[in-house]
Design a binder for this molecule. Sequence first.
Ligand SMILES: Nc1ncnc2c1ncn2[C@@H]1O[C@H](COP(=O)(O)OP(=O)(O)OP(=O)(O)O)[C@@H](O)[C@H]1O
Length: 117
Amino acid sequence: MPGRHPRLASFVHAARGLAVLLRQPNAWLHLVAAAIVVALAAYLQVSPGEWLALILAIALVLAAEALNTAIEHVVDIASPEWSALARDAKDVAAAGVLICAIGALGIGLIVFVPRLI
Ligand SMILES: Nc1ncnc2c1ncn2[C@@H]1O[C@H](COP(=O)(O)OP(=O)(O)OP(=O)(O)O)[C@@H](O)[C@H]1O
């Protein structure tokens, strides 16, 4: 970007990427889930270690969703026609989000279930 400091430009591009990500319905689903987790953790006054685990889980899922979205876009550019490799690339990227979401669910259960029963 001409006339702009390269470091600042990187942040501006990343912020635009965030806006693109927020156009994905799945990203909103993850954000709503994250907001519920943060509200519940604050209400239940979880420990600093538990906050650490919850924040890492939330960041991991959102980052996985961002990479999944980027891979979908790249695959659509590289292979607009049907291709077994394109299908595998998208499905494996989606599996990455699923793995992170299952891990986050496990963390949520470990932190919250003992407090709620
Ligand atoms: N070019 C392609 N060739 C073969 N299969 C494809 C191709 N594009 C998509 N698919 C298959 O269709 C599925 C859905 O693809 P699509 O591009 O609609 O992403 P999506 O899963 O709907 O993305 P999201 O729901 O996260 O926005 C993929 O997971 C893949 O299995």
